[in-house]
Design a protein around this ligand. Structure first.
Ligand code: SF4
Length: 299
């Protein structure tokens, strides 16, 4: 396939996929929200969850985005080193973002930093945000598409501690982020925690953490235990859906980690809201697309 043809095919498939992700929550998130509703006992919390579900149903019926804040587009790529169209991927994603903004439509959220002017098509300097991981000896391209709303970006933070501060500093930092601005991010939240050596690797890892499918755990048993303990603790804060009194502040806590410098412990926190518009699509070398996490959906 010629490069131009490949770029167009990638772009058009991504536009259809972005529409699906903007309208419908992935199955794992929807199922988890139902579990969260079952754990709540107050009438107010049940009413909030019911309004979430009603909103999500109407979005599908009307084929409209399920939240007014369609955010900025983030794409996390796992690109095989043998995927034949690596050179056209970024342009295809930028064009798909422009067209999706016009056609779905998405809210025009993107403002170039110093000009402070809305670009009106959700592209701008380094936006959509595209993060590459190269997978050696593989010929597929996986695109994790994520709509990053303003409310769920606000609580994000990263800090470097010393080992002298201990792991307790990690716990306090996560709790402060969730109990602070986290309540504005339309709980219940998926809390991503990145643990590493400096601010940028902790921040990126915290993002990768909350993009992970629900029900997955850190591969290290101690990491998996820390995920459970943090989630149990956050769910004793008395924060429920929409930040109002309730029992479930966090759907799950996910940790991703790296080795660290002996003198540093870096922590990043990123939260995702109940409207967790995250979807995975994989292209093979012939650009045949497979989506996962949306039962029965076709592009
Ligand atoms: S936090 Fe999420 S659900 Fe709430 S307004 Fe923002 S994007 Fe929408």
């Amino acid at each position: 396939m010629q490069k131009e043809e490949a770029e167009k095919k990638l772009q058009e498939t991504m536009e259809k996929f972005m529409k699906l992700v903007s309208i419908r929550l992935p199955d794992d998130v929807l199922e988890k929200l139902k579990e969260c509703r079952d754990k709540e006992s107050s009438d107010m919390q049940k009413v909030i969850y019911d309004s979430y579900f009603e909103n999500l149903d109407v979005a599908i019926k009307e084929q409209r985005p399920c939240c007014q804040d369609t955010g900025l587009l983030h794409f996390y790529l796992k690109a095989g080193s043998e995927f034949p169209y690596l050179g056209v991927v970024e342009e295809a994603l930028r064009k798909a973002t422009r067209n999706a903004t016009r056609d779905i439509p998405l809210r025009q959220n993107t403002v170039n930093f110093f000009e402070e002017r809305n670009t009106k098509d959700n592209t701008g300097e380094r936006i959509p945000w595209i993060h590459w991981d190269i997978v050696p000896d593989d010929d597929h391209l996986e695109v994790c598409t994520y709509y990053a709303g303003g409310g769920c970006c606000l609580p994000g933070c990263a800090k470097v501690f010393t080992p002298f501060d201990g792991y307790g500093a990690i716990v306090k930092y996560v709790f402060d982020a969730v109990a602070g601005l986290g309540v504005n991010a339309c709980p219940p939240l998926i809390v991503g925690v990145g643990l590493g050596t400096n601010v940028e690797n902790a921040a990126v890892l915290s993002k990768i953490a909350y993009l992970r499918p629900l029900g997955t755990h850190h591969p290290n048993p101690k990491g998996a235990k820390m995920e459970r303990d943090l989630c149990d603790g956050l769910n004793r804060l008395g924060i429920g859906a929409q930040g109002l009194p309730g029992k479930v502040a966090a759907m799950e806590v996910h940790i991703e980690s790296s080795a660290r410098h002996t003198a540093t412990i870096a922590v990043g926190v990123n939260v995702a809201c109940y409207a967790h518009r995250r979807g995975f699509i994989t292209f093979d070398r012939d650009l045949k697309a497979t989506i996962r996490g949306y039962r029965g959906a076709e592009l």
